[in-house]
Design a protein around this ligand. Structure first.
Ligand SMILES: Cc1cc2nc3c(=O)[nH]c(=O)nc-3n(C[C@H](O)[C@H](O)[C@H](O)COP(=O)(O)O)c2cc1C
Length: 277
């Protein structure tokens, strides 16, 4: 009998997690890119162009099975931020789970969205709790507790608290009843703003529910803030993202591109036009 701890055959050994790898701000992909240049004229850009010759695989989504649509959308619309959502049931039972169909919708008023995929076999306690109590806390996940957060996605029976599974700490919130995650660098205390069930064609049972939450109160650890006290520093936040399937992404490198100003773009376009005439 083989030992259960033996590594499976033919699985490449992964590099260890580089805990001390610092976030690097680098130059953008091509510092000499100019208005109208299109694809980069670098090895990366040229390879990208060559790959065009392989063409595109296409899906008519009306003819695509839900499981294929899941695979394709899940792995292509990436990286996704992850909401680590704390709720209470109508009977005050705490619940904690991660959701990567998550975004900021607008700043003013501050609204975020979280979307729940449903199946009759797998009701989402978080969704039911939000609809019942109208309150939730979105906590952001950083590298030091990635495993703890991931483990809360287990399909545990309703009477098991994912807080115990995670080993994370409940910290009282200010504006809402569900606790925030003390280990999170960022927590958004939210009230239900609006919800929308989504139905497959002809179905009477929803396959998803989109929840919009109004952010009422926000916590950000001092240690992740830049010196202006208003913006988080990605190097310190160590946020993780979802890349599809079971893969998570890290934020280890970034580059800045300045906001294009129309006056400057217009001048360049005019200069390019007159040099062609
Ligand atoms: C990183 C990650 C992202 C996830 N994103 C979603 C999501 O956006 N929507 C969803 O319905 N389930 C998502 N899940 C699955 C839920 O976390 C899982 O179904 C969980 O058991 C729900 O818990 P609940 O029933 O206590 O709400 C995700 C799981 C992981 C690990």
């Amino acid at each position: 009998m083989s030992s259960s701890s033996a590594p499976p055959p033919n699985v490449p050994k992964l590099a260890p997690f580089a805990e001390t790898q610092p976030f690097r701000l680098t130059e953008p992909p091509n510092v000499s890119w100019k208005v109208g240049d299109g694809l980069l004229n670098t090895p990366l850009g040229r390879d990208w162009k060559t790959d065009e010759e392989l063409g595109w695989k296409t899906w008519d989504m009306a003819q695509t099975s839900p499981s294929d649509a899941t695979q394709m959308l899940n792995s292509t619309v990436v990286p996704r931020p992850i909401a680590f959502v704390s709720t209470l049931s109508a009977e005050n039972k705490p619940n904690l789970a991660p959701f990567s169909f998550f975004q900021v919708v607008t700043y003013h008023p501050p609204i975020i969205s979280v979307s729940f995929r449903l199946s009759p076999r797998l009701p989402k306690n978080t969704r039911d709790n939000i609809l019942a109590t109208k309150q939730f806390v979105v906590n952001l996940i950083s590298e030091p507790f990635a495993e703890a957060a991931n483990e809360t996605s287990v399909e545990a029976p309703a009477d098991v608290s994912e807080w115990d599974i995670s080993g994370l700490t409940q910290e009282p919130s200010v504006h809402v009843k569900p606790a925030r995650v003390k280990e999170s660098a960022v927590s958004l205390e939210c009230e239900l703003f609006q919800s929308q069930d989504i139905f497959p064609d002809g179905a009477t049972v929803p396959s998803a529910t989109l929840v919009l939450g109004r952010v009422k109160y926000m916590h950000v650890r001092h240690s992740v803030l830049r010196s202006d006290g208003l913006r988080a520093d990605p190097a310190k936040l160590r946020a993780i993202s979802r890349l599809g399937s079971t893969t998570y992404g890290r934020v280890s490198e970034g580059f800045d591109l300045k906001k294009p100003e129309w006056d400057e773009v217009k001048q360049i376009l005019e200069a390019q036009r007159s040099s062609r005439e």
